[in-house]
Design a protein around this ligand. Structure first.
Ligand code: SDX
Length: 427
């Protein structure tokens, strides 16, 4: 393939370099386009735009492939742990046992929150959505950890990254405890990252909490499946916020806000609510018809993806995990059967086949989280907990990129051209 791309614009022929990555689509480097032609590209939603160079996560949407630093998500989900995948995303290589133990100890010792942060929770209504709490408290971290907000200092960037990964489970568990009127539990350093989160969420001071190993493994795998996903909306939000030099805590708060939307991370909550509303298999055709109806804004939540035009490999692992958790906890919630039959009927429907709409990571996750005992309002908070490692890894990569500069897109202006002010008495 030619290593340049030629473009004819009115009165001018221009040529731009074609850059190749290690795998995936080549890119046309159009950084000089505006300077040479006085024209912008136009790509709302960035469907054909590469915003950066990255070595963290590769997705092949047609093949349904997801690699983290080259390792397939299926292998990581089956054989690795969320802490190990976090180390991999942050450092680029799988850790040996000594490196992993050191990393886990570092994260463990950052799980406590500054005691005054607990007072922030009391400012919220008990029925506040946990994502509102996560946004507020994550942003407030910058008011407490001033010794890790200098983004030019790699040491401070790593401490801030460790603090964010370590404290998100504590923040999320406290949001849940506050919503049910139970006391906060402090972290327990003798437990795993995920076991500690389960105890802070479901434990009570009145008795010992026994971590169920099947639930611990399933939730740890769910965290792995949500860790990072290339330049999705919330990661792009974190990168854009970080490009201005904002501190990492503020950037992660921005990412949490973006993830909350039902088209993105909020889809896991919306998907389970949809499955519960459908209630039983006989009602599935009615909802499939609504999803296909152009005049009905209803969409099958947990279906479709900007990049995956094949089965989301994370949904495959998620479906398998449902079976494991249901068996271990002796759950017989009909919602799983509704999900399985909905998937089967949708995937044999020409509308979904033509538009290449498959279940995504959010379709089954809520079924598992509900079986474990989380309320639907906590689902996106768990997504944010897990995605924090991806956000901080992408943020670190951006800050260290010598080519990075403040993100500042342009526009196609279609508003009024210049006109003179008319005093109110003459309008
Ligand atoms: C996540 O980017 C990431 O990587 C995100 C994520 C991550 O890990 O960070 O993977 C996590 O956000 C997963 C997606 C969760 N969202 C949902 O499940 C919500 C339901 N899905 C959609 O709203 C939609 O599929 C999106 C938002 C996910 C993707 O939308 P696109 O790429 O902008 O595609 P589109 O909206 O233009 O849809 C293309 C066509 C449209 O029909 P036409 O206008 O061409 O006739 O497909 C239709 C849509 O109407 N369509 C659906 C549908 N999704 C798309 N029709 C019915 N049900 C759906 N779910």
């Amino acid at each position: 393939m030619s290593d340049t791309a030629k473009l004819q614009v009115p009165g001018k022929d221009v040529e731009y370099p074609v850059l190749s990555g290690s795998v995936g689509p080549d890119v046309i480097d159009i950084r000089k386009l505006y300077g040479q032609t006085g024209m912008f590209t136009y790509d709302p939603g960035f469907t054909s735009t590469a915003s950066c160079e990255s070595g963290l996560t590769y997705i092949d949407g047609d093949q349904g492939v997801l690699l983290h630093r080259g390792y397939p998500i299926g292998q990581l989900a089956e054989q690795s742990s969320f802490m190990e995948v976090s180390y991999l995303l942050l450092n680029g290589e799988l850790p040996n046992q000594e490196e992993l133990t050191k990393f886990e100890n570092t994260i463990t010792r950052h799980t406590m929150l500054h005691e005054q942060l607990a007072t922030f929770y009391r400012g919220f209504r008990r029925d506040a959505h946990p994502m509102a709490v996560m946004c507020g408290v994550a942003g407030a971290l910058s008011a407490f950890y001033h010794d890790s907000t200098d983004i030019t200092d790699p040491k401070q960037r790593m401490i801030a990254s460790h603090r964010l990964i370590a404290k998100m489970p504590t923040i999320a568990a406290m949001a849940y405890k506050y919503s049910v009127g139970q006391p906060f539990l402090y972290p327990d350093n003798s437990l795993s990252y995920t076991g500690n989160f389960l105890r802070m969420t479901f434990g009570v001071p009145a008795e010992e909490y026994e971590v169920n190993p099947v639930v611990e493994k399933a939730l740890d795998r769910i965290f792995i499946l949500h860790a990072d996903h290339e330049q999705n909306a919330s990661t792009s939000t974190v990168r854009l916020a970080g490009s201005s030099g904002a501190n990492p805590f503020a950037c992660i708060a921005a990412g949490i806000a973006c993830l909350w939307g039902p088209a993105h991370g909020g889809a896991n909550e919306a998907a389970l609510n949809m499955l519960r509303e459908i209630g039983r298999p006989e009602r599935i055709p009615e909802y499939i018809a609504r999803a296909k109806d152009k005049n009905d804004p209803f969409r099958l939540m947990g279906f479709g993806h900007r990049v995956y035009k094949n089965y989301d490999p994370r949904a495959t692992v998620m479906q398998k995990t449902v079976r494991e958790v249901f068996e271990a906890l002796k759950v017989n919630d009909p919602v799983f059967e509704v999900a399985l039959q909905l998937e089967e009927m949708a995937l044999s429907d020409p509308y979904f086949i033509e538009k290449k709409l498959f279940p995504n990571v959010d379709f089954y996750s809520g079924v598992i989280l509900s079986a474990i005992g989380f309320p639907t309002t906590m689902f996106t908070a768990l997504f944010a907990l897990a995605r924090t490692v991806g956000w901080v890894a992408q943020w670190n990569e951006m800050i260290s990129d010598p080519e990075q500069k403040i993100g500042r897109p342009r526009q196609l202006y279609t508003g009024p051209v210049q006109r003179d002010y008319v005093p109110v008495g003459k309008r």
